[in-house]
Design a protein around this ligand. Structure first.
Ligand code: AP5
Length: 220
């Protein structure tokens, strides 16, 4: 697929970040993770980070107007001209409608929306063992995908950390938010004929094959 312009939907811990990184490597399209952008802003103590941190810590969504401005700016950057993979955006119907306006202004449309589906029990196991690299953002899991050297990234040797919102009570809040605010997007995109569902249960490699196959079929 050239100039891929796609969205990845799915509950917390579905594997969106893991799989969209593989797609970025394979297709050269830019992975835009709103969660990563917000966490970096928090780390850098920017005005956006200060506003966002109260929502992130509680597992709630950052307000739509902030998110829409952030994504509108990001998609105008040069590296998105050759395509983008949105990971974690949109997350509300208002964001999805706003995205249509942003893309119209840029003269683009969405090719497909992929939804990774995973049941709750699997999600909790995945999130409670997740570790992320502070330096390059690579994702690991203490059991399913451990690093070669405990506590350090295989790719860049950066230190690994556990996300603040991966604590048990915050995971439960994020799942409730997903059900209420984000799951209506499945119907939203189904009605537009853009939705492709992917079974997210299985090993990282199995899901990677399914994702590549779904992306390939969507492009054919
Ligand atoms: P965000 O960072 O987007 O979090 P999320 O959607 O909750 O998704 P996750 O990053 O938790 O999971 P993932 O699906 O990417 O799974 P991953 O690949 O890491 O958002 C965080 C917060 O930012 C939100 O709560 C909100 O406050 C704010 N925010 C972000 N976007 C926003 C927006 N648009 N509007 C408003 N607010 C916004 O995998 C998880 C773990 O499982 C890893 O350890 C991985 O190694 C492991 N794993 C992955 N696949 C498998 C597999 N097949 N088998 C076994 N283990 C696996």
């Amino acid at each position: 697929m050239t100039d891929m312009r796609v969205v990845f939907l799915g509950p917390p811990g579905a594997g969106k970040g893991t799989q969209t990184k593989f797609l970025e490597e394979r297709y050269g399209a830019c992975q835009v993770s709103t969660g990563d952008i917000l966490r970096k802003a928090v780390r850098d103590h920017t005005p956006l980070g200060k506003k966002a941190s109260e929502y992130l810590d509680k597992g709630e969504l950052v307000p739509d107007d902030i998110m829409l401005n952030l994504v509108a700016e990001r998609l105008r950057e040069r590296d998105c001209e050759k395509g983008f993979i949105l990971d974690g955006f949109p997350r509300t119907v208002a964001q999805a409608e706003g995205l249509e306006g942003i893309l119209k202004d840029l003269g683009w449309g969405l090719d497909s929306v992929f939804c990774i589906q995973v049941p709750q029990g699997v999600i909790i196991r995945r999130l409670s063992g997740r570790r992320s690299c502070r330096k390059c953002g690579s994702l690991y899991h203490t059991v399913f995908n451990p690093p070669r050297r405990e506590g350090f990234c295989d790719r860049c040797d950066g230190g690994l950390y556990q996300r603040q919102d991966d604590l048990e009570e915050t995971i439960a809040a994020r799942l409730r938010v997903f059900e209420k605010q984000t799951s209506p997007l499945v119907d939203f995109y189904r009605k537009r004929g853009l939705l492709k569902e992917i079974n997210g249960v299985g090993s990282v490699e199995q899901i990677r094959s399914r994702v590549f196959q779904a992306v390939g079929e969507a492009a054919a």
